[in-house]
Design a protein around this ligand. Structure first.
Ligand SMILES: Cc1cc2nc3c(=O)[nH]c(=O)nc-3n(C[C@H](O)[C@H](O)[C@H](O)COP(=O)(O)OP(=O)(O)OC[C@H]3O[C@@H](n4cnc5c(N)ncnc54)[C@H](O)[C@@H]3O)c2cc1C
Length: 414
């Protein structure tokens, strides 16, 4: 028999994250949706509590947060233990992260994205940084700035430049749609060392908040995830120490874009898990509402004997299961050092689509109750859409999967 349950050792973590989501995120969910750009100060207390658990070792195996990502130091410890043969675990930090993020997003996606020290830039640091940088940037809260006014999906075309000047890099350019761009204390910025040398010259740089020349220009108003700030940031002769370039400064045209893109192999399963969590929230509430309305959801009955609502609900759950399993698979592969680019994109494509389809499907099934602000179904339908857009849109994920399956390069299949 195949066991499709979450591994036993993660069940306390899943339970703990679910409690946090239910008791700390859900009660403030609507408030910060309505109060866009208001800082969810309750998260400071949550982050401090999680740091305390982490310091005392009680959050072991649960990630830095006990509910989300591990710190860079925790990940390094895992890697060292694995190298020395003392680790042996094959269900590691990536799997722990996706499982806990699912639960937190069952609570609220926008608030999860606003959690101090859990930014997408933190994942970039863990993916690309060297040992010294992992140590130095341990505990920071880092946003991730790739997108520019004329560069979205085709991130190889970025125009922000980083020019070496003595022991520093000087960054110039404009970044838009930076999640946590205002609140995070560091931003990981993608910039090119030399436009002529194409994708291989794109590197990421850690820029601490308050560095002269870095300015948050505006915050966006959005359809969903309104608890999360999304900023436009301008860099004008912004100087950072040369050692803030993540990874190697060499321009390796053979490796091409692979270095920078490695970040996505870690972040796409995380975004997929956000969609899985949000869709699960919608399914759970819809089940309650349908049951209250007298709809019998009987898994053992043949489909023809079910009501249309029950049959639709079960079909949505089956779709959800596919997204859930692909997400676990892509994270498990990352934990086991298996190349997972294709699976990360498959998980992101499936979960991104399922997230939108299910949350909207639940609004539809519940009718006016689904559409009303009395419950959170309408909010989840708005929140989930972004998960099919950022970290690579649905179409881009499908393109990546098609290239891998067909063995074609990005030049051959655009
Ligand atoms: C709320 C929010 C938060 C964000 N957070 C961040 C962040 O933290 N950091 C960051 O760097 N960026 C962030 N982004 C930006 C996001 O990653 C981009 O919006 C996304 O990559 C798409 O880029 P684009 O909007 O320029 O769309 P485009 O690239 O212009 O695409 C428009 C449409 O064309 C499709 N398309 C494009 N190319 C192809 C192709 N080759 N084949 C088929 N279809 C194609 C796309 O799928 C899409 O449907 C965020 C965006 C939003 C809205």
């Amino acid at each position: 028999m195949i066991n499709l349950e979450a591994p036993k050792k993660f069940q306390p973590l899943v339970g703990q994250a679910h409690q946090v989501a239910m008791n700390m995120l859900r009660p403030i969910s609507r408030r910060y949706d309505e109060g866009e750009h208001e800082y969810p100060k309750e998260l400071d207390m949550l982050a401090a509590m999680i740091d305390g658990l982490s310091d005392s070792g009680q959050a072991q195996g649960a990630g830095a947060s006990g509910v989300g990502e591990k710190t860079e130091a925790e990940k390094r410890k895992d890697a060292e233990a694995e190298k020395s043969g003392k680790g042996g675990t094959r269900n590691g930090s990536n799997l722990a992260s996706v499982l806990s993020i699912m639960e937190m997003c069952w609570g609220d996606v926008g608030l999860l994205l606003s959690m101090p020290r859990q930014g997408l830039g933190n994942s970039a640091i863990s993916s690309v940084a060297n040992a010294e940088q992992l140590e130095r940037f341990d505990g920071v809260w880092a946003g991730m700035a790739i997108t520019e006014p004329e560069v979205g999906s085709d991130s190889a075309r970025i125009r922000t430049t980083a020019t070496k000047d003595g022991d520093e890099y000087v960054i110039n350019g404009e970044k838009i749609y930076v999640t946590s761009g205002d609140r995070a204390d560091h931003i990981v910025v993608w910039a090119t060392l030399d436009k002529e040398q194409g994708r291989a010259a794109i590197k990421s740089f850690v820029v601490p908040k308050g560095t002269p020349g870095m300015e948050v220009e505006r915050l966006e108003h959005k359809l969903g995830i309104r608890a999360s700030d999304t900023a436009a940031i301008r860099f004008t002769d912004c100087r950072v120490p040369a050692e803030n370039l993540l990874g190697s400064p060499d321009i390796d045209t053979k490796q091409g874009f692979a270095g920078a893109m490695a970040t996505f192999d870690n972040t796409r399963p995380l975004v997929a898990s956000m969609a899985v969590g949000c869709a699960r929230a919608a399914l759970d509430l819809t089940r309650e509402l349908l049951t209250d309305a007298g709809v019998d959801i009987d898994y053992d009955a043949p489909t023809y004997s079910l009501s249309a609502a029950a049959a639709r609900f079960i079909a949505m759950e089956a779709d959800w299961e596919g997204a859930y399993l692909l997400t676990l698979q892509s994270a498990w592969m990352a934990d086991n050092k298996q190349p997972n680019s294709m699976q990360a994109s498959m998980a992101k494509a499936k979960a991104g689509r399922v997230g939108s389809d299910i949350t909207l499907g639940c609004v539809e099934l519940c009718g006016s109750v689904g559409y009303s602000e009395h419950d959170l179904l309408e909010k989840w339908a708005r929140d989930s859409k972004i998960l099919d857009i950022f970290e690579g849109t649905q179409q881009i994920q499908q393109l990546i999967v098609a290239r891998r399956v067909l063995g074609l390069t990005s030049a051959e299949l655009k």
